[in-house]
Structure formats: structure tokens, C-alpha cells
Design a binder for this molecule. Structure first.
Ligand code: MSP
Length: 662
């Protein structure tokens, strides 16, 4: 990776408020920018709004507003949403700003003077919604091939950019720069487009048809075609000028990445690259086209879009979870569906269960058994070495994937480590180490678990900046240094690490506001989502051996509460009737101790003493002894049933008396 990194999002039309598609690209750009900054590289991130053109003009007219007043107002919801999503863009360009319009005019003049822009009469099918002409053969069923909207036959004088002149240069460029267009599947679409003859590009609109745009400097009767204007934002914002650019431009250009949706890859790759060639400049290093989101299985429109309104999502799920879900759920480049049921599943499985639990278990056990301070490492065992090696490998894979914009694969790599952390706890059995008084080893084990949490806090930072900070604070970690994520020894021994609140409380059901919104906007999805979400939540409750507190109607205990109960396998070596109670029996149960335990059990309704001798049972071994009708009981037998016993809980005969049950 070069030292300097420049990334852009498309500039969004201000014909409406921002939706999840806009948020998606912007979050992706933010994540990769944060990552590079975290690595000490100079990253520059540009986004903005596209404020000219037919769509925006129509939106202003529909609101009865002057276009400038309309765009001044509607660029704000974008800026506000980026603030709420904690987008760290360095600049926000608006195409109505003089710093941009001046550059567009200068570019037009330069290309006009050079003969690369010429006037001609043009006849063709014009699509109002796409703001472009089509030839007869382009049409699909007589309609616009992109929008499916009706087209009208127009004949008028217009200005054209000699795009055809640069088509071969573009073909060569693509051949020489295999990483220029990504992902591969989308690259093929552009190659298909370039296989056909490339025409010149109409870059003007007569004033009488569209009065809103940058006037052509050489003919005031026309405004600039919105795409020719908008694409130049990527260079105007960083100091490009055809008569002499700033130093800033030479350090930033060519951009590292232009992130775009799949629908606008052609305009970016063909229009913009040929424009740059005409100006004697190079295109960006990579144009990366992502896929489109559907909503609850349907194409995103006005009402489906509102069902996933970014503000609603942030309010109900929290900003970090929204950022995480969008980049984790589908590979960047592919299409995907946003459903609230899927959101809840992903949230509970990855954030609440995997990461949330790892953090909560590790911190709680450290608090309970090790005084709530980072314990010292002990000598590595083979299993410890495997975990350390995995941490090093995770950093490698994570870095490679995120830098290639494979966000979901980067997160998958991190989750492999998080899951390994949970498995490590299960394998090492810290509760056993505690019981057996193996304090040094217990400390070493818990230290490694806390170290895995530290690695997760570092690598999760670009995606979930708040939760990552929260976790780092719990662990006493200041700067989230990437280099320190490859080793399991970055914490400070003795630093206090109180568990505090769970990082990601479980979602037990769809938030009420989401249920209401879905019911109002996509009723068919509402029921399905709620049912699915409930079923999934139940399933995860069962699957997750350790879960954080919930607010379910059944009171829940934490894993730590559960670990307080010491269950042991035992063998009944003697049994007799209780001298003072018909319903009770008095048993002697061998649980591997010097003497069998005396246990009084209320099972006489089901068993006679003779039935019991030799049975392998389970007992609660750490109950305080109690006198039952005059006989001391030193434990409790596990049995099924309510008031009347249906049967004893027994264990496999292979289990030795005293074996831990968990
Ligand atoms: N103004 C132009 C871009 C000019 S860039 C020089 C434009 N604006 S837009 O507001 O209509 O769309 C912006 C982006 O949103 C595009 O990248 C588009 O792919 C993306 N999306 C629109 N709907 C989307 C989904 N349903 N899902 C994902 N992204 C979507 O085009």
C-alpha cells in the first residue's frame, strides 16, 4: 500500500433524502479510510452531493422552490446522516460551489479549444429520466434500456465530447491495468460495452429544456450535461485545474479507489477515463463497483426504502451494529437483501454471542477469580501456541482482505479468532483451574482470552468505532495500534479490567418501532420477519452456551451464575429409608472423595432403597449442608419432574465418581 491513500464515494443526487444504498458506499469508504489512518497512512476521503441536472431540477420544481434554495436545503440531510454514521470524510464537495463550477468551465473551454468538443445536430431517442440519448438499437421494447421509461424523439443542436477518439486508449489502459476495474464480474460488463463501437458523448442540454446546470463557457444557450459536470468533482475537490493544478492534486491523484454502485460503473469507467485522457491525466487506480440492496426481498423504492431508513436503523440498532451488518452480510461487489430478521440473526450470532460473550466471560471470570486485574502470562502450552499463531494469521488475512475491500472476508477472519477464543475457554476450563487452585495457569488462560479481546478491539475499530473503544477501555488499552494486533501479549499486567455492561445486549425480538414500520410499509414482510426473528432468537439462545443478560420474561442467569453450581457424577453405594419421613430416602453417594456423601433425597414415591444401589447419578456438590428431618444432607440429587419425581438424572457408567458435569 502506498503512503498516501485517496478514496471517493459517488456524489449523491439531492433529489431526495439519503437511503441505505447511499449509506452503504459511504460506510465502506469510511471503514477503509479509518483502517489506513489506523495504520499511520495519510488517507483522504471525499464525498459530496451532485446538485445539477434534470432529476434535481424536477425535485425543486415539485417543491415549488428555486433550484439553488432546494439544493442548499437538501444537501443537509446527507451531511447530517454522515455525522450520525460517524463518517470521517475530509471534504464534502457540492457541485454548485464555485471551486467546482470554475474547474468544469475551464475543462470545457480547454477541450473546446483543443477540438475535443464540437457542435453538431443530433437526432435520437431521449430518455428524460436518464438524461441521455439512445440509438434505435439501444431501446428495449421501444423504451429506455436503463429505466424502462418512455423516450421521446428529439432533434437539436448540441455539443459533443470526442469520446470515441479515446476509446482505444481506454481499452489498452484496462488491458495494462488488470486491477483498474473490480470486481471481475463487473469488469466484464464494461469490457462488453467496449466491444461495441463507442460513440461521442453529448455533453450539453439546451437551456430551454433544462435551465439548471453549469453554463457552457462558449455557448450561454446551453448547460453542461450533469455527468460531465459531476465526474469532475473527484479532481476539482483536490485542486485540479487544466491551466495549472495545486501541489495537493499531484500528491493525491490518481485516486486509490472510486467506490461506485454497479449502475454507474460505465459512466465512471468510460466517460470519466476518456475525459481524463483528453486532459492528459490518468484515471484512478481502481474503480470498485458494489452491488445493490433489495429490502425484505423487494426492489428498493420509496416505501421499502423507508422501512430501512438509516436513521431508523441507527435509532433501533445502534450505529456500530448498522455499520457492521452492511459490510458483513454480503460480499462487497455482490447484491444482497436487507431484512430485519437477517439483521437480528446476524447481530445476535456475531455480536452478542460470539464477541459479546467472549468479552463478558473473560472479564467476569477475571474479576471473580483474579481480582479484576490483567493476570500475568504463563509458559505457553501447545494449545496456547496455536491460539497465538492464529492471532498472527488473523492480522495478516484481515489486512489483506480489508485493503482489497473484501470487508466480509476481513470480518470472517477476525471472527475465526473470536470463536477460537471462546473454544479456548471451553477447552481450558478456567472454572476447573480455579477449583483446583491452579492459579498461575488460570491467570495465563484468562490473560490470553483478554488478549484476544484486545485484538478484536483493534481490528474492529474501523467498522464499529464506538464498541471497539468501549472494549479497549474495559481492557485498559489506549491507542489501537494495528501492529500490536498480531500478538497475544499487549496488555499491561495488573491493570484493572472491570467487566461493566455487556457490549452488545441480545436482541430478543424486533424493536417495536421496526415492527410498526414494517407493518405499515411492507405488511407481508412484517409477520414473516417477526416470526423468523423469534425462532432464530430462540435457536441462538439454545446454541449459545453462554449468553449475556436478557430482558426475557423468564429470569435468566449469567454463565457465571451457572458456573457457581458444582455438578458431579456419583455412584450410590448405599440407600435406606429416612427414619422420620416417608417421602425421603437417605443415600450414601461416592463422588470420588475420601468418604461417600450423605444425601437426603425426596424420591421415595418413585424408588425403593434397593433400586438405587449402583446407580450413577448427578449431584450438586457445593450446596451448604442442611438437616432434613434430623438427618444431615451434604448435597442434592438431580432428578426430573415437578413435585413428584419422574426419574433420576443418570450418567454413562464410564464416568468415574467425582467427574465434573457441565
Ligand atoms: N449523482 C450520481 C452519481 C455521480 S458520481 C460522479 C448518482 N447519484 S444517486 O444518488 O442516484 O446514486 C448514488 C449511489 O447510490 C450509486 O452508486 C447507486 O449505485 C447507489 N444506490 C442506489 N440505490 C441502491 C441500492 N438499492 N443499493 C445499493 N446502492 C444503491 O447516481
Amino acid at each position: 500500500m502506498p503512503d498516501s491513500f485517496y478514496i471517493t464515494t459517488p456524489i449523491y443526487y439531492v433529489n431526495d433524502v439519503p437511503h441505505i444504498g447511499h449509506a452503504y458506499t459511504t460506510i465502506a469508504a469510511d471503514v477503509v479510510t479509518r483502517w489506513h489512518r489506523q495504520n499511520g497512512r495519510k488517507a483522504y476521503f471525499l464525498t459530496g452531493t451532485d446538485e445539477h441536472g434534470q432529476k434535481v431540477h424536477e425535485a425543486a420544481t415539485a417543491r415549488g422552490m428555486a433550484p439553488q434554495a432546494h439544493v442548499d436545503e437538501l444537501c443537509q440531510p446527507f451531511q447530517e446522516l454522515w455525522e450520525r454514521l460517524q463518517i470521517t470524510n475530509d471534504d464534502f464537495i457540492r457541485t454548485t460551489e464555485p471551486r467546482h463550477t470554475d474547474v468544469v468551465k475551464a475543462v470545457l473551454q480547454k477541450l473546446f479549444d483543443a477540438g475535443d468538443i464540437y457542435a453538431a445536430d443530433y437526432e435520437g431517442w431521449y430518455s428524460k429520466s436518464e438524461e441521455r440519448f439512445w440509438t434505435e438499437k439501444d431501446l428495449v421494447d421501444g423504451k429506455c434500456p436503463m429505466s424502462g421509461n418512455p423516450v421521446e424523439w428529439l432533434k437539436e443542436k448540441n455539443y459533443f465530447f470526442k469520446m470515441a477518439k479515446y476509446a482505444d486508449q481506454l481499452r489498452e489502459w484496462i488491458a495494462d491495468h488488470p486491477d483498474f476495474l473490480q470486481p471481475k464480474s463487473r469488469k466484464n460488463e464494461v469490457l462488453g460495452y467496449l466491444k461495441k463501437e463507442v460513440g461521442d458523448l453529448c455533453i450539453s442540454r439546451p437551456n430551454h429544456r433544462l435551465p439548471w446546470g453549469i453554463p457552457l463557457p462558449f455557448d450561454e444557450g446551453y448547460v453542461t450535461y450533469v455527468w460531465f459536470d459531476a465526474l469532475l468533482n473527484y479532481v476539482s475537490a483536490i485542486g485540479y485545474h487544466p491551466e495549472g493544478s495545486t501541489d495537493e492534486f499531484s500528491t493525491r491523484w490518481p485516486a486509490t479507489f472510486h467506490l461506485v454502485g454497479k449502475d454507474i460503473l460505465t459512466t465512471h469507467s468510460v466517460y470519466f477515463s476518456t475525459m481524463l485522457f483528453a486532459l492528459g491525466e490518468r484515471p484512478a487506480q481502481c474503480l470498485y463497483a458494489h452491488g445493490w440492496w433489495t429490502v425484505e426481498g423487494q426492489k428498493m423504492g420509496k416505501s421499502t426504502g423507508n422501512a430501512v431508513d438509516p436513521h431508523l436503523l441507527i435509532d433501533c440498532y445502534g450505529v456500530d451494529a448498522v455499520r457492521y451488518f452492511l459490510l458483513r452480510e454480503i460480499p462487497f461487489g455482490g447484491d444482497g437483501d436487507f431484512s430485519h430478521g437477517a439483521f437480528m440473526t446476524r447481530y445476535n450470532a456475531d455480536l452478542a454471542n460470539d464477541l459479546g460473550n467472549l468479552a463478558h466471560r473473560s472479564l467476569s471470570m477475571t474479576e471473580k477469580w483474579l481480582g479484576g486485574q490483567v493476570p500475568a502470562l504463563d509458559k505457553d502450552t501447545a494449545r496456547d501456541q496455536v491460539l497465538s499463531a492464529l492471532a498472527a494469521e488473523t492480522l495478516q488475512t484481515f489486512s489483506t482482505q480489508i485493503e482489497q475491500l473484501h470487508f466480509s472476508l476481513a470480518l470472517e477472519a477476525l471472527w475465526t479468532l473470536v470463536r477460537a477464543g471462546n473454544k479456548y475457554i471451553d477447552d481450558e476450563e478456567p472454572w476447573r483451574l480455579n477449583r483446583e487452585g491452579q492459579t498461575e495457569r488460570l491467570g495465563g488462560v484468562m490473560r490470553r482470552c483478554l488478549e484476544v479481546c484486545r485484538v478484536a478491539a483493534i481490528l474492529l475499530a474501523p467498522f464499529c468505532p464506538n464498541k471497539s473503544r468501549e472494549l479497549a477501555d474495559k481492557l485498559g488499552v489506549g491507542e489501537l495500534e494495528v501492529a500490536a494486533a498480531g500478538r497475544l501479549d499487549g496488555l499491561t499486567t495488573g491493570h484493572p479490567v472491570p467487566p461493566g455492561e455487556p457490549l452488545f445486549p441480545r436482541l430478543v425480538e424486533l424493536p417495536e418501532r421496526i415492527q410498526e414500520t414494517l407493518a405499515a410499509l411492507i405488511p407481508e414482510a412484517a409477520e414473516k420477519a417477526a416470526e423468523k426473528a423469534k425462532a432464530k432468537a430462540k435457536k441462538h439462545e439454545k446454541e449459545a452456551p453462554v449468553s449475556e443478560e436478557t430482558t426475557d420474561e423468564t429470569p435468566r442467569i449469567s454463565i457465571d451464575d451457572f458456573f457457581k453450581v458444582e455438578l458431579r457424577a456419583g455412584k450410590v453405594v448405599d440407600a435406606e429409608s429416612h427414619p422420620n419421613a416417608d417421602r425421603l430416602l437417605v443415600l450414601k453417594v461416592d463422588i470420588g472423595e475420601a468418604e461417600p456423601r450423605n444425601i437426603v433425597a425426596g424420591i421415595a414415591n418413585k424408588y425403593s432403597p434397593a433400586d438405587l444401589v449402583g446407580k450413577q447419578v448427578v449431584i450438586v456438590a457445593n450446596l451448604k449442608p442442611a438437616k432434613l428431618r434430623g438427618v444431615v444432607s451434604e448435597g442434592m440429587l438431580l432428578a426430573c419432574g415437578g413435585k413428584s419425581i419422574e426419574g433420576l438424572v443418570t450418567v454413562d457408567p464410564e464416568c468415574a465418581p467425582g467427574a465434573v458435569v457441565r
